[in-house]
Ligand binder design. Structure first.
Ligand SMILES: C=C1C[C@]23C[C@@]1(O)CC[C@H]2[C@@]12CC[C@H](O)[C@@](C)(C(=O)O1)[C@H]2[C@@H]3C(=O)O
Ligand SMILES: O=C(O)CCC(=O)C(=O)O
Ligand SMILES: [Fe+2]
Length: 331
């Protein structure tokens, strides 16, 4: 059994004390005309928001959730046939390659249809086709929504062209990832008088441009506010949650902040999440957009997504990956 990160309950409670009690995460209604300005505000203040009236068909979500549950219910020996990660496939407890662990099992996939076809047929056996279709339908729909959000952001920021961010995800070479996380109930936490909290997925920021997260109705997701306090995000299975990633922070020269987040394990219920991480092509230069600079200097050294990813994947989950690329070193 791998060692887990454990926080005592009093320590956790102190961490998320009074100031955070009444913090409301921004709620964006995609059907409302003024959403673009609210999205910009949310990305500046939280790097995170909740999305409703998103138009993603419920059947795509339900189909994928049911296929994912089927997969995660298989015996471990079956699931392990879909591993080890190379870099895609099934993973259990170990996150990345640098010693991070969590109370989580997962499937990591590229969003390239062709590569998924190969992967699915080699690892998921007979059920491959249904599962692959469910992933493709869901990912295609969520991708389109991500393009729309990024275009609304460009409009809200009053920059041209409006596809300045979305074109990076639309590019055939876009290095985007899809992840299904399953957080099994943790028996240790189920015991009465339990005063421990166990980490499902340790704190981190997402390196890409934007992440689109959807989970079942089980709690666990927390985000860190600018003051360092953590707040729990009430789950809502019919909504999506959007994270600003490190690359979008850089492209906006720090105006948007990539949000630190983590997932706590649950004592009695299974949590299932599905996340699309929209990334640019590997060769893309990640730098502040000149139209957003208004005479300011770039806060970051120049780098490509390939260089950033290579460096990020050598680090631990909680590390400040962008720090290495800041012109003035982070304290
Ligand atoms: C510890 C790690 C896991 C991670 C790669 C890394 O070295 C640092 C970034 C991690 C992260 C966080 C967001 C996504 O879940 C992920 C797929 C990504 O692109 O960066 C994971 C990586 C992973 O699980 O391999
Ligand atoms: O499972 C979740 O809700 C979030 C997981 C996460 O942050 C990630 O996979 O990067
Ligand atoms: Fe994340």
């Amino acid at each position: 059994m791998l060692p887990m990160v454990v926080l005592s309950k009093p320590a956790m409670e102190q961490l998320s004390a009074a100031t955070t009690l009444f913090t409301e995460v921004p709620l964006i209604d995609l059907s409302k005309p003024d959403s673009k300005n609210l999205i910009v505000k949310a990305c500046e203040e939280f790097g995170f928001f909740k999305l409703i009236n998103h138009g993603i068909p419920t059947e795509f979500i339900a189909k994928l959730e049911s296929e994912a549950i089927k997969f995660f219910s298989l015996p471990l020996s079956e699931k392990e046939k879909a591993g080890p990660l190379d870099p895609f496939g099934y993973g259990n407890k170990k996150i990345g390659h640098n010693g991070d662990v969590g109370w989580v099992e997962y499937i990591l996939l590229t969003t390239s249809n062709e590569a998924n076809y190969q992967k699915f047929s080699s690892i998921f056996g007979e059920a491959a086709e249904k599962f692959r279709c469910a992933v493709n339908d869901y990912v295609s729909a969520v991708k389109k929504m991500a393009y729309e959000i990024l275009e609304m952001l460009a409009d809200g920021l009053k920059i041209q062209p409006r596809n300045v961010f979305s074109k990076l995800l639309m590019d055939e070479e876009s290095d985007s990832v899809f992840r299904l996380n399953h957080y099994p109930p943790c028996p240790e936490l189920h015991q009465e008088m339990n005063d421990r909290n166990l980490i499902g997925f340790g704190e981190h920021t997402d390196p890409q441009i934007i992440s689109v997260l959807r989970s079942n109705n089980i709690s666990g997701l927390q985000i860190s506010l600018k003051d360092g306090n953590w707040i729990s995000i009430p789950p809502d299975q019919s909504s999506f949650f959007i994270n600003v990633g490190d690359s979008l922070q850089v492209m906006t020269n720090g105006r948007f902040k990539s949000v630190r987040h983590r997932v706590m394990a649950n004592g009695s219920k299974s949590r299932l999440s599905m996340i699309y991480f929209g990334g640019p092509p590997l060769s893309e230069k990640i730098a502040p957009l000149p139209s957003l600079m208004k005479g300011e200097d770039s806060l970051y050294k120049e780098f490509t997504w390939y260089e950033y990813k290579k460096s990020a994947y050598k680090l631990r989950l909680a590390d400040n990956r962008l720090g290495l690329f800041e012109k003035i070193a982070a304290s």
